[in-house]
Design a protein around this ligand. Sequence first.
Ligand code: SAM
Length: 363
Amino acid sequence: MFDRIIALCRAGFEKECAAELQSHANAAGFAAYVKTETGSGLVQLVASTRQPADSLFEQIRFHDLIFCRQWFASGELLTGLPDKNRLQPLLEHIKPFGLHFQDVELAWPDTNEGKAISKFCKQFRPHLLASLKKHRLLSAQAGQRLHILFLDSQTAFVGYARSANSNPQAMGIMRLKMPAEAPSRSTLKLEEALHWFISQENERQYIKAGMRAVDLGAAPGGWSWQLIKRGMLVTAIDNGALDEGLMKSGMVEHIQADAFKWMPDKPVDWLVCDMVERPLLVSRMISRWFTRRMCQYSIFNLKLPMSQRYQSVMECLSYIHHTLSDAGIAFELRARQLYHDREEITVFLRRLHPGELDDNPGE
Ligand SMILES: C[S@@+](CC[C@H](N)C(=O)[O-])C[C@H]1O[C@@H](n2cnc3c(N)ncnc32)[C@H](O)[C@@H]1O
């Protein structure tokens, strides 16, 4: 019934998303091949045998995926949905799943063509919900969400995802409002990263007023702004000018120096870095801060090269992993291409506290 996983990704990153899914499927011993088209924002991982694709939900943690924004298990593309009554054939397709749903996600590929379907989805949603309710297919206790990805108003992939092992944000997109006082749009990247990587449960421990942070490549200051907003005191390293309003806060010290050479006299809590530099150079520098135990938490961007992007990401993560492991440091390493990221990914690295169990050993 579910012979494939449908994955949504940033348009243009289908190859990376496909390589990542294929590699996880191989590691899980799941025989599958990928189908995708450049620019579609969509990847299919299709089972080569009769093994159900949703068995992968037990073996791959969604949070470990970097390029996949959202995923669900589906069968073949459903075509020819009539304009006049789509509900009937959809329900006939959904009922044999034998599942109840906590919620419904109607989606479209995040492309210009895809956006044209968004209006239709918004209008269709209340009718679908009413119909699912009437057929007793909705239940607040169900552990899964119904997914329908429309390619156009007559064609859709239909399936489900486990609520606990998928993205709670519709289509994997975290919409954030640009704060009027922030010095740059880049601020949204750090805000999204903090929401994505740090659970509400951990937030009180990882982010505290009075913590010390270093922002490498800080100008004009959008990332520093997020940190001072949370009560941290920031040392901002950049030869460029910082936003006046940010400096007036009195919580930012600006040092004009080369971020690859500068180090503080004593350890800080946070290190963030958003420089357009070769990803391996950034990975080496961040690793150095950790092996010298100069910070506890870090969020940094890795700008991706024009080609071999997936390989480059793997090389960087593996470098960090091996360098910290060899130095006897226990850590949590996670990476993701955030909605606000462009030709880059964002990485979260955290030194574990003594005695803390490492349940996420990174790459
Ligand atoms: C993308 S911008 C940072 C934007 C910033 N995160 C924000 O939210 O406003 C990159 C910054 O890195 C700085 N930069 C690049 N290489 C640097 C280096 N070696 N040392 C210090 N700053 C550097 C640049 O001057 C530039 O201001």
